[in-house]
Write a protein that binds this ligand. Sequence first.
Ligand code: MRU
Length: 341
Amino acid sequence: MAAGTTSAQGALRWDGEHLHALDQTRLPAAEEWLELTGAADTAAAIRRLAIRGAPVIGIAAAYGLAMELAALPGLGTLERAWEELRAARPTAVNLAWAVDRVRGAALGAGPTRMAAAARGEAQLIQAQEDAASVAIAAAGAELLAGTRRVVTHCNTGALATGGTGSALGIVGALHAAGGVEVLVCETRPLLQGARLTVWELGRAGIPHHLVVDAAAPGLIRAGAADAVIVGCDRVAANGDVANKVGTYPLALAARAAGIPFVVAGPTSSIDPALVDGTAIQIEERDADEVRTLAGMDVTVPGTPVRNPAFDVTPADLVTALVTERGVARPPTAARIAELLA
Ligand code: MRU
């Protein structure tokens, strides 16, 4: 993607020098764009979820590293900014994958070409993730052809991917192919489903109902859905999937009801270095995300809290993993290795 271009519906815009990001913490109330200029502000935006969703945090971090090198090229800058960005969030492997790629390009180019090489790599990553969305939507819609009622969780649309979306891209393709109705889990504690997925589905004219997370398994059991479609933050070599907390109960409900549980994501979300999901680091976020809602206390102040932001669904509950390189159905270690080869 050339400098100055922008992905159609996405949350990121690169102007050739700075990265502009739609502040996802403000949606749906306000559409406010942040102008980011380096590694520190990009990492901060990722940490506070102004920029969120596995593929998008990778793209943003890649630009963060490139912007830092443009301001002060050199090995010291590279290593410091790479470490800061890589540590911004631990679970989505896309983040480490992207900044490792930019670092590799910068090191390979040498001191005088470092900044240009980093920028070029960030733009390439963005273009590849854009293209991945298109391929995932097509492959997922083929896999689920005829499916009319789906459950989804968190937000996996243009806001999260840079392209048209992973799980939500498939939903869009199913809608275009004949119509689909979506049950959207609100996704406590930060309400990515209620705030972001509902906003995106509304703009796309896709029929939907919002449900509290706890309602979804019962609705699946009652026959209200034909499939569950979710995204992923890190897929281990054996097909175990880390995704937004609340995904695992949906997988259990789908298995009990005998409907497909489909995971969608670019291959940048696969971590072949992890044998299985037990080694995936699950981000524990601030207790106040659980203790409060819209700024109001929902519990006794100071109540001890556990706030894991993700859970791990074992591969044997996953019907298929849809990537831009093809579908692993089921996602066995052998099939995943084939996709990455
Ligand atoms: O904490 P978030 O909002 O970054 O979590 C995002 C998710 O869990 C998404 O489902 C995942 O990143 C896939 S985005 C295509």
